[in-house]
Design a protein around this ligand. Structure first.
Ligand code: C2E
Ligand code: CA
Length: 413
């Protein structure tokens, strides 16, 4: 199973292994340029098609899977949109990069369409193509293949998960949240990892949904919080005094004794509720509304902070702002990663930040992967950033060393 994740990879220079590519582009000259650029970026073979039907035939005839498809959207005959639908129906696992000069709102729809068909969409490159534009997307393709793709994962078997819980193989990793102006650490998010004896480090996509379905997530969350608070005490001894954010599932929210149990845990660790921030998604907070609101309001009264997670991805984001007792808003990574030069995404971030400010909520941009992402969220007024540019989730023991290096390299930059 290829789910092994290398912890904290931020300092490594990115390299691209050779890959097989296909380019779908009706314009002859642009297609020839595209082939050259793909080869220059490390493609070992590049198949060419001037329309969707030809591309589809090439995909079907290919003896080995194509790793990356560079796909124009608009062309005579079968266009890029129909081509993507067909390859999705065939269960394609290729990564797709859209290349287009079309209006941003059309491209945005094409992106969402591709994702909802289950296509592994890496991003969009604006035409004319260049190596500088394509390279960051290829790097993203290869990094996404290190960590298994969210939509494509097969959950681990229930019995194995239960065994993992019994053998205490689940632990928190921590991802920093930093202040955008000063670079200082303002919090960490605890993210579950399974240290599997054979598969290595397994990310939550392989087990959280099963735990939620089988009523296992609450006990695991409590174990995670205990582990996280132990790290918190150690960090405090080293002068790092930051809240830890915990992801809370719907099952835990329906338990109205959650606030008391959380308070007990913080007390036992010698800390106060300000040591924990609860992250809930919009959808989670909509299930069993009465109980969820009772639990969340009591948590806030006791002094825990409350963050709305993946903001903007639910069906009633604004309505949730009116009824949840929030202190923080996390703008979902799908709006942040690659937002530079995308007017729709920039507008969305800007509006979310404006609204959060009016409601006296802090804003955190998730999925800040590049300096371009950082500059956008900084310009649009976000308070804090979280993402691979800052650091990947890491074991608690590495946080203090990471922070020392981060401040040396980035403070004041
Ligand atoms: P989430 O709460 O939205 O967490 C953020 C996810 O984005 C994490 O994935 C993190 O590693 C990833 N991420 C952070 N920065 C970047 C970036 O710059 N680019 C990209 N592409 N991804 C980034 P992870 O750790 O795989 O967790 C996935 C989801 O699993 C979390 O999404 C959360 O919903 C769930 N999860 C994790 N730990 C727990 C837990 O203890 N309890 C519950 N209920 N859910 C958890
Ligand atoms: Ca979260």
């Amino acid at each position: 199973m290829s789910v092994i994740e290398k912890p904290s990879e931020t300092s490594e220079a990115p390299t691209i292994p050779s890959f097989r590519a296909l380019i779908l582009e009706d314009h002859d000259f642009q297609r020839r340029i595209g082939v050259q650029i793909l080869r220059h970026c490390g493609a070992s073979s590049v198949q060419e098609a001037a329309d969707g039907a030809t591309a589809l035939a090439l995909v079907k005839a290919a003896s080995q899977p194509i790793d990356v498809m560079l796909c124009d959207v608009n062309m005579p005959g079968m266009d890029g949109l129909a081509f993507l639908r067909h390859i999705a129906e065939q269960g394609s696992t290729s990564s797709v990069i859209l290349a287009s000069a079309l209006d941003a709102s059309i491209i945005r729809s094409a992106e969402i369409m591709a994702k909802s068909y289950g296509i592994r969409l890496v991003g969009v490159v604006e035409k004319p193509l260049s190596r500088d534009k394509l390279m960051p997307l290829l790097l993203r393709h290869f990094s996404q293949n290190v960590v298994a793709h969210r939509a494509a994962v097969e959950p681990m078997p229930l019995e194995e998960i239960k065994r993992g819980i019994r053998d205490k193989q689940f632990e928190p990793f921590f991802q920093p949240k930093v202040d955008i102006r000063s670079g200082t650490l303002v919090g960490v998010e605890a993210l579950l990892r399974w240290r599997h004896p054979e598969a290595g480090l397994v990310p939550p996509a392989f087990f959280v949904s099963v735990m939620e379905r089988e009523g296992l997530i609450s006990p695991v969350t409590f174990t995670l919080i205990e582990g996280a608070l132990t790290h918190s005490r150690r960090w405090r001894d080293l002068g790092l005094d930051v809240p830890i954010a915990i992801n809370i599932s719907v099952e835990s929210l329906s338990d109205t004794s959650l606030p008391d149990r959380l308070e007990d845990l913080t007390k036992v660790a010698g800390l106060t509720p300000s040591a924990l921030t609860l992250e809930v998604t919009e959808t989670v907070a909509m299930t069993d509304l009465g109980r969820s609101l009772e639990t969340l309001a009591r948590c806030r009264i006791k002094g825990f902070d409350l963050s709305i997670d993946d903001y903007g991805t639910g069906f009633s984001s604004m309505q949730q702002l009116t009824r949840l007792p929030l202190s923080e808003l996390k703008i979902d990574q799908s709006f942040v990663t690659g937002a530079a030069g995308q007017p729709v995404l920039e507008a969305l971030i800007e509006t979310s930040v404006m609204m959060a400010k009016r409601l006296h909520l802090k804003t955190i941009a998730e999925g800040v992967e590049s300096s371009e992402d950082w500059n956008v969220v900084s310009r649009l007024g976000c308070d804090a950033a979280q993402g691979y540019l800052v650091a990947k989730p890491m074991p608690g023991e590495q946080l203090a060393d990471w922070y020392q290096g981060w401040m040396k390299n980035h403070a004041g930059a």
